[in-house]
Design a protein around this ligand. Structure first.
Ligand code: MG
Length: 160
């Protein structure tokens, strides 16, 4: 088994779509960034890549590359997942925590789990999405940004 951890944070900005784990949430602000800025998906990809020792998303999908402007992070997650499959690694489970004061995440958690599971091609019961606040402290608490953590466990297929 192999474990991986990922973290990401993005600033919230007016005029940006608020896309978290592939769900477009109605909100007057959205995470700023080069891609769709789906930061919990970014944290999850870094956790997967970390567990596989395959680098990080900054190296794989550089924000200096115009190809990734507005990129759909669910497609990038599928790409990362394929790289793991090639290495004989499968996702045992993934646990994502979104840290945000607003918007409220709870109504969208089930759809988020389904989106992530679909992108990684695993059953939805292997994917957890949770949300918490930081009690109005710091950049998530005052609404400046959103942060996310992800932890994954991979199984390594036994080679002969
Ligand atoms: Mg990011």
């Amino acid at each position: 088994m192999r474990i991986g951890h990922g973290y990401d944070a993005h600033r919230l900005k007016p005029g940006r779509d608020c896309i978290l784990c592939g769900v477009k949430i109605p909100y007057e602000l959205g995470p700023d960034g080069h891609s769709d800025a789906d930061l919990p998906a970014h944290a999850l990809m870094d956790a997967l890549l970390g567990a596989a020792a395959l680098g990080d998303i900054g190296r794989l999908f550089p924000d200096s590359d115009e190809k990734y402007r507005g990129a759909d992070s669910m497609a990038l997650l599928s790409d990362v997942s394929s790289r793991l499959t090639i290495k004989g690694l499968t996702v045992s489970n993934a646990d994502v925590t979104i840290v945000a004061e607003r918007p409220k995440i709870a109504p969208y958690v089930q759809q988020m789990r389904e989106n992530l599971a679909k992108a990684m091609d695993v059953p939805v019961d292997r994917v957890s999405v949770k949300a918490t606040t930081e009690e109005r402290m710091g950049f998530t608490g005052d609404g400046t940004g959103i942060a996310a953590h992800a932890v994954v466990l991979l199984n390594e297929l036994q080679s002969e």
